[in-house]
Design a protein around this ligand. Sequence first.
Ligand SMILES: NC(=O)c1ccc[n+]([C@@H]2O[C@H](COP(=O)([O-])OP(=O)(O)OC[C@H]3O[C@@H](n4cnc5c(N)ncnc54)[C@H](OP(=O)(O)O)[C@@H]3O)[C@@H](O)[C@H]2O)c1
Length: 301
Amino acid sequence: MSTNRIILFGANGQVGQAFCAEQIPADWELRALSRAECDITDHRTVQHYIKEFHPDIVINTAGMTAVDRCETEHDEARHANFDAPANLAAQCAAIDAMLIHLSTDYVFDGNAGNHAYLPDDMMNPINVYGESKMMGEEAVRHSHPFSVILRISSVFSAFGTNLLTKMIQAIETKDELRIVTDQICAPTPAQDVARALVTISTQLLHGKSGGYGIFHLCGAPPVNRLEFAQAMMEAYAPHTTRRPIILPALSSDFPGFAPRPAHSVLNCDKIREIYGIQQRPWREGLDESIQVWLHKRKQVA
Ligand SMILES: NC(=O)c1ccc[n+]([C@@H]2O[C@H](COP(=O)([O-])OP(=O)(O)OC[C@H]3O[C@@H](n4cnc5c(N)ncnc54)[C@H](OP(=O)(O)O)[C@@H]3O)[C@@H](O)[C@H]2O)c1
């Protein structure tokens, strides 16, 4: 049995951790690198790992994801989300390794009414993060034909800082929460992204035809941020006595934050048709993530 070699960048991120927790095929040798082991903006270190390990597939889950920080730290956003993927794509192309790169629904402006964005829809980001991710996508697409760009949205998990872990912290520490109703999103469990990455990689390694290009994956159904907050509170309620009040707000009530798309939902037909990957109700992933979060908390205590 020949071994398939996979490098994953961003191993300490929420998708990276979810990927490492997945059952991977027996014929894979996985090298999962955290930022401490390999900063993707350090092109020489990236080259060192790629040359040394000679992967069949590179999966890039690393990136600067702090949307508000990107507004003021333009250079960092550009280095991590544009220059680094551009370099990765060039290095993968040079050794014929396939590249799977994660991107975001924030490449769209969210002004298309109830339309769920298709992979080929026109990008028009409204914040620096989205712009840097769009440039990263373009660089990957243009320099490497054997690449997959997987756009995902509103990722949550038991790992790191995200919508769910922030909500649990808020429930435990605040009596009143103000959450916006004018942003519609499609929350996506990190473990669904991780499973999709395993499925895509497996099929690419088996010579999948038509498997390259841009794909979308998100959970279902779309909800506004307040509805999602209520769902998180309801799912977490059996594990706490705290019941903060949740009040509706508008994005304009929070000046100083990066603008976010108003209706940010991805159409996932293509990934289902090509790879057989089905959208899942995010509610299922919410319950699973809370169980993982509780388990982690017990281990720390
Ligand atoms: N989170 C979301 O809601 C969301 C939505 C749509 C798309 N995405 C995309 O999905 C991908 C994974 O997101 P995620 O939710 O897993 O994000 P995450 O939890 O923030 O993880 C990103 C990881 O990348 C690492 N990183 C940042 N800069 C790096 C660098 N220069 N070199 C190496 N590693 C670096 C971070 O390290 P540190 O922890 O040390 O900073 C972190 O471990 C990203 O491409 C993101 O743009 C995310």
